[in-house]
Design a protein around this ligand. Structure first.
Ligand code: PLP
Length: 369
């Protein structure tokens, strides 16, 4: 069967060459006579795999040596607890609530201390990134353990286009759905983390990049922090306190190599910008489709839009499916439509979607006016 145009929000499309390579190597990895699936995580062959994944990621993002790179399990969600357990030393942190995942992280933070909402866009159903002036002012007081943001809001299709300037307060960012979509200035962050299944690999791997001094003294809540979530332990053990997601990390490494071979993150960002521009232009030029995020906050990864009503949204989803386009139903919290245009989604796929949108609109004739 031919492959579809896959706009799934996650787990999401992977580069075809990565899938093919993994297929080729599945039975006998590099002459070892076994699959990566069957290999000890302590073996020499596997050590080379995880070390190469980390080294490639360090080259891609230009990660300074003062930052540690971890490959953990439990999804981005487990880090919602891991972050306060490790970093809430004075039991006071600030959260920018810009979407559902930020809200979940804030709620988890509330279990471990005073988690303040510094800004929120919930009143307008998370259609934008809130103003950051109040966040920066609050950070400047210097009594927060960290300021937490969700840099790209996967469900609502919004993205921080500038980061809050928090001076000496560590900035913590969930970058799950924008990770590796373009360059990042790692030194702006105290810790950033990403569930891999959006842009970096398969589900079951969470990449954590953390400034070493923040974890050097062990977790803030050493009394209750599960050892698995102790970032100092995980750093000391090279992400192998227990058995890591061996196959998932192997696939992430292949995705990192693919980004490098396709000219790195600056080129990736240019391609992503072109894809997003085409899709947003199609929405803005249409009389039927409308974007749901404030234009200044629009995400480059997750494009949220809708037609005139829910019934027409459903009709469009069915129409698109007949043309090999999948994964465009909006999240149940946001409704409408969403096209996730992560790295592995090609311009060709975005072109197929925009052509389908124009055809659908034309097929409805004057009914849509
Ligand atoms: C998908 C997603 C999550 C949840 O990730 P899990 O790996 O399912 O825990 C958290 N934050 C953001 C921004 C996401 O896109």
């Amino acid at each position: 069967m031919a492959r579809v145009h896959n706009f799934s929000a996650g787990p999401a499309a992977l580069p075809q060459c990565v899938l093919r390579e993994a297929q080729d190597e599945l039975f006998d990895y590099a002459g070892t006579g076994m699959s990566v699936l069957e290999m000890s995580h302590r073996s020499e062959a596997y050590r080379a795999i995880i070390e190469d994944a980390e080294a490639t990621l360090r080259r891609l993002l230009d990660i300074p040596p003062s930052y540690r790179v971890l490959f953990l399990q439990g999804g981005a969600t487990l880090q919602f607890a891991g972050i306060p357990l490790n970093l809430m030393r004075r039991r006071r942190a600030g959260y920018v609530v810009s979407g559902n995942f930020a809200k979940l992280a804030w709620r988890e933070g509330c279990k471990y201390g005073d988690a303040e909402v510094l800004a929120s866009s919930e009143a307008s159903n998370f259609d934008r990134i809130p103003e950051l002036g109040a966040v920066e002012n609050r950070a400047a007081s210097g009594d927060l353990d960290y300021v937490y943001i969700c840099q790209n809001n996967t469900i609502f299709g919004t993205q921080f286009h500038t980061l809050p300037d928090c001076t000496d307060t560590p900035l913590i960012a969930d970058v799950s759905s924008c990770f590796l979509s373009g360059p990042l200035d790692i030194e702006r962050y105290g810790l950033l983390f990403a569930g891999a299944q959006k842009n970096a690999g398969p589900a079951g791997v969470t990449v954590v990049i953390v400034r070493e001094d923040l974890i050097a003294n062990g977790p803030a809540r050493a009394d209750i922090c599960p050892t698995y979530l102790d970032l100092r332990v995980q750093a000391e053990k090279g992400s192998m306190y227990n058995t890591p997601n061996t196959f998932g990390i192997y696939l992430c490494g292949k995705v990192f190599r693919w980004i490098e071979q396709t000219d790195g993150l600056v080129a990736m960002a240019q391609r992503n910008r072109a894809k997003a521009d085409l899709l947003y232009r199609t929405i803005d030029d249409s009389d039927l489709f409308q974007g749901t995020a404030d234009p200044k906050s629009r995400s480059m990864s997750n494009v949220t839009f809708r037609t005139c009503d829910a019934e027409t949204d459903e009709a469009f989803i069915a129409y698109a499916r007949e043309r090999g386009i999948e994964g465009i139903k909006g999240h149940r919290m946001a409704g409408g439509l969403r096209a996730s245009i992560y790295n592995a989604v090609t311009m060709d796929s975005v072109g197929a979607l925009t052509a389908c949108m124009r055809e659908f609109e034309a097929s409805r004739g004057s009914r849509s006016m």
